[in-house]
Write a protein that binds this ligand. Structure first.
Ligand code: DOR
Ligand code: ZN
Length: 346
C-alpha cells in the first residue's frame, strides 16, 4: 500500500456483511455503500426472510433496480437458513449465484424469529452446502435467556461452533461480527476454512459507549459492545495481517424513530462513513499499513472471488457527518451523526 501520512490509496474494498433492507429504505441506504464498496454480502433477514434461490434472485433485482444510474455495485446474495431449508435448494442456490447461507439462532437478533432452533436439524443441508461450495455465515450467539448477554458469544463457540467445525471440516464458515477475545482466539487457531468479519464500531467502541451521559440507542447492536479488553483483542486481530480476519460493516439501518423509543432495535448505521471509521481504528492502532489487506484483499480471497481492480483514496480531512439522513418517509441517524471525522473518502 503506497501510504503517505495524509493520503491512503487502497484497492477498492468490499463489505462482507451488510444489511440493505428493502423498498424505500433500500433506495435510501444503497448509494452510501455503493460509493465505498465494489461488492457486499447482503444479509437475508428481510420480513419475510430470503429463504429460497428464487427469492434471492428477486431481491438482487430489486437492489440493482434501486442503484442510481452511473453507480457500479455487485450485491452478493445469501439465503436465510431455517430448520426446514431443503438440501435440494443448495444446488438451485449455487446456480442462481447465491454465495452463502446465514445462520441466525432463532430469536438472536432483528428479524431472526424464523432462524435455526437446533443446528442438528440442518445437517443434510450443511452437507449439501459443503458439496456445493456455499459458505456458512454465522451469527454466533446462543439465545438462552439464562445466559448473560455478554457471555452469549463465548458460550456459542463451545456449544455450536466447535461441534460444527468437527462435523463439517470442509465447509467454509465466517464467524460474523465477532466481539470477544474468545472468538478472536478461536478463529485465529481454527484451520484455513474458518474466518471472521469485524465491524468498525466493535473496533472503535467498548460497552461504555452505550451509557455515556445517558442511554445511547445508536450504539446498540447485536452482538452488543463488550468490555475494553475485548475491543483491544479485536483490534489486534484486525491489524494482525492474518487473512482470516476481514471487513464486514454490519451496517444495519433502522429509522431514528425506531431507535429512539422504549424498545430500540439492534443495529448501527455505519455505511455513510464506513471506510473512514475503519481508517480511524487502524490509525489509532498504528496499523494503517494493514488496512488494505483487511478491507480489500482477504475477504475476496476467502470467498474465492477475484480482488477488485479499481482503487479508492482516503484523505486526512476533517468533515462532519450529517445529523440525520433521509430514510424513505422517515429519517436515520448514522453512527457519529453530527461529529467530526478525520479521514474522508474522496
Ligand atoms: O445489530 C444488529 N442488527 N445485529 C444483527 O444481527 C441484525 C442487525 C439488523 O438486521 O438490524
Ligand atoms: Zn448483521
Amino acid at each position: 500500500m503506497p501510504a503517505l501520512p495524509d493520503v491512503i490509496q487502497l484497492t477498492q474494498p468490499d463489505d462482507w456483511h451488510l444489511h440493505l433492507r428493502d423498498g424505500a429504505a433500500l433506495a435510501a441506504v444503497l448509494p452510501a455503500t455503493a460509493r465505498q464498496f465494489a461488492r457486499a454480502i447482503v444479509m437475508p433477514n428481510l420480513r419475510p426472510p430470503v429463504t429460497t434461490a428464487a427469492a434471492a434472485v428477486a431481491y438482487r433485482q430489486r437492489i440493482l433496480a434501486a442503484l442510481p444510474a452511473g453507480m457500479a455495485f455487485t450485491p452478493l446474495m445469501t439465503l436465510y437458513l431455517t430448520d426446514n431449508t431443503p438440501p435440494e435448494e443448495m444446488r438451485r442456490a449455487k446456480e442462481a449465484g447465491v454465495v452463502a447461507l446465514k445462520l441466525y439462532p432463532a430469536g438472536a437478533t432483528t428479524n431472526s424469529d424464523a432462524g435455526v432452533t437446533d443446528i442438528r436439524k440442518c445437517h443434510a443441508t450443511l452437507e449439501a452446502m459443503q458439496r456445493q461450495g456455499l459458505l456458512l455465515l454465522v451469527h454466533g450467539e446462543v439465545t438462552d435467556a439464562e445466559i448473560d448477554i455478554f457471555d452469549r458469544e463465548a458460550v456459542f463457540i463451545d456449544r455450536v461452533m466447535q461441534p460444527l467445525r468437527r462435523q463439517f471440516p470442509e465447509l467454509k464458515v465466517v464467524f460474523e461480527h465477532i466481539t470477544t477475545t474468545e472468538a478472536a482466539q478461536y478463529v485465529a487457531e481454527a484451520g484455513p476454512h474458518t474466518a471472521a468479519t469485524l465491524t468498525a464500531h466493535h473496533l472503535l467502541y467498548n460497552r461504555n459507549a452505550l451509557f455515556t451521559g445517558g442511554l445511547r440507542p445508536h450504539y446498540y447492536c447485536l452482538p452488543v459492545l463488550k468490555k475494553e479488553k475485548h475491543r483491544q483483542a479485536l483490534v489486534q486481530a484486525a491489524t494482525s495481517g492474518n487473512p482470516r480476519f476481514f471487513l464486514g460493516t454490519d451496517s444495519a439501518p433502522h429509522a431514528s424513530v425506531m431507535k429512539e423509543q422504549s424498545v430500540c432495535g439492534a443495529g448501527c448505521y455505519t455505511a455513510p462513513a464506513a471506510l473512514e471509521l475503519y481508517a480511524e481504528a487502524f490509525e489509532a492502532a498504528g496499523a494503517l499499513d494493514k488496512l488494505e489487506g483487511f478491507a480489500s484483499h482477504f475477504g475476496a480471497d476467502f470467498y474465492g472471488l477475484p480482488r477488485n481492480a479499481g482503487t479508492v483514496t482516503l484523505r486526512r480531512e476533517a468533515w462532519t457527518l450529517p445529523e440525520v439522513l433521509p430514510f424513505g418517509d422517515a429519517t436515520i441517524k448514522p453512527l457519529r451523526a453530527g461529529e467530526t471525522l478525520n479521514w474522508k473518502l474522496q
